[in-house]
Design a binder for this molecule. Structure first.
Ligand SMILES: Nc1ncnc2c1ncn2[C@@H]1O[C@H](COP(=O)(O)OP(=O)(O)OP(=O)(O)O)[C@@H](O)[C@H]1O
Ligand SMILES: [Mg+2]
Length: 389
């Protein structure tokens, strides 16, 4: 018997599986690219719709929402002011599938700048293929190495359609420029030959989704902002204002020992209390749940264009971004409607509550080590709070 060593090899189809099939829609694709900007310590990420026939005024016009606003020349450009990548980094991080560059949970703040530390989102090494989902041509322009190196890479994703080829045999043109005067660092992704026709409704959907995906706390701290740009002077910031409509609610803070301090408030009064959760459950954790009465629901719909039922209920944010699908429409992860039907929560069902639970990957090590139980723990903790409502 002969002993031989065998290894896997990959043909070009793999890229297609990751890019166009794993990243399931345009919204997730843009969100992945925005999360990369955040991970790169950007303060701003701007998504520009170049050559789209749209202005921010069109977004409220339900009647014309199916109008196609993109054409063959339209481009989506995502630009950030993060640390960017040097040519070497483009080669070893961007061009390597499943790269492990972000395996540490958070990147040392002083590694790049004097900035605060950030809890990094990236872990799978596939988010960049969102660019492929959006359009078949990508021009990547990266200024890295503290501003002294500009790398331009042109990727034609359709080259991967030749499944006879090995993935590493498909190459692209790349230009490197050394700058004598330092430039602003960051990454720009210019995506053209869009795969889908975009309508006004798609932009409205994107805007509403992005709003739901940023934590209200992140925006409080103003450390990262997302903008949508429709034309040169028509630009709007994405703000998560979904939790501002109700006058009745509960705000709670739980520390790591299970001590919960909470405030229940209405338009007229508020009451602060403290209890010890037994068993301690899940902490530290912050939470706000709002009770949406009829007036609050109406205000919500007027301002956001969606009903609270469609918006979903209590959402979970880990650090600065959403954890899906908790709190999506019809995702009753706390079993509120069930308990409502059984009479346990007499006054409300999911459609009467909106809110958020804020946890952190770093402060809740339990998240990492007890993957199997974390949802149970979270449900236990949040349900206990709701019972006090
Ligand atoms: N905007 C950016 N600025 C600087 N570097 C970036 C940017 N976007 C991507 N990169 C680099 O390219 C790598 C690949 O990004 P990709 O999104 O595919 O993977 P990831 O972020 O590590 O993991 P995940 O798939 O979970 O997002 C990143 O790890 C990072 O090193
Ligand atoms: Mg990523």
């Amino acid at each position: 018997m002969d002993k031989v060593a065998l290894s896997f090899s990959t043909n070009a189809k793999l890229e297609k599986l990751i890019g166009r099939e794993l990243i399931t829609n345009n919204i997730i694709a843009i969100f992945e690219l925005i999360k990369n900007s955040y991970d790169a310590f950007a303060h701003n990420a701007i998504v520009s719709f170049e050559g789209f026939d749209i202005s921010s005024k069109d977004l409220g016009k339900v009647r014309h929402s199916e109008r196609v606003i993109s054409n063959v020349d339209s481009r989506i450009i995502i630009k950030d002011d993060g640390v960017g990548m040097s040519f070497e980094e483009v080669k070893t991080k961007w061009m390597e599938i499943g790269t492990t560059s972000k395996e540490n949970t958070y990147i040392e703040k002083s590694l790049y700048s004097s900035e605060d530390k950030r809890v990094i989102n990236g872990e799978k090494g596939i988010g960049r293929f969102g660019a492929d989902k959006l359009g078949s041509l990508l021009r990547l322009i990266s200024v890295g190495a503290d501003g002294y190196e500009k790398t331009t890479l042109e990727i034609d994703w359709n080259k991967f359609d030749d499944h006879e080829k090995k993935i590493q045999d498909i190459d692209f043109d790349c230009y490197v420029e050394r700058c004598t005067i330092p430039q602003k660092t960051g990454l720009t992704l210019e995506i053209s030959l869009l795969r889908d026709k975009w309508t006004i409704a798609d932009i409205v959907k994107l805007k509403n989704h992005l709003k739901k995906l940023i934590s209200p706390f992140a925006q409080e701290q103003e450390r990262f902002q997302i903008y949508l740009e429709y034309s040169k002077n028509d630009i709007e910031r994405i703000v998560n204002d979904s939790f501002e409509y109700a006058t009745t609610g509960i705000i709670a803070n739980i520390d790591q020992y299970g001590l919960m301090k909470y405030e229940i408030y209405t338009a007229l009064e508020s009451e602060c209390k403290e209890i010890k959760l037994v068993p301690p459950g899940f902490g530290p954790l912050k939470l706000q749940i709002l009770y949406m009465d009829k007036a609050a629901k109406n205000a919500f719909t007027r301002r956001t264009g969606t009903t609270t039922k469609d918006y979903g209920n209590i959402k979970v944010f880990r650090d600065d971004f959403r954890v899906l699908p908790y709190g999506e429409k019809e995702n009753d992860w706390l079993g509120i409607d069930n308990k409502h039907a059984q009479g346990a929560f007499r006054t409300f069902g999911t459609r009467d509550l909106v809110g958020y639970v804020q946890i952190s990957k770093i402060d809740n090590p339990i998240l990492k080590y007890f993957v199997k139980y974390r949802t149970d723990l979270l449900i236990f903790t949040v349900s206990t709070i709701i019972r006090h409502f």
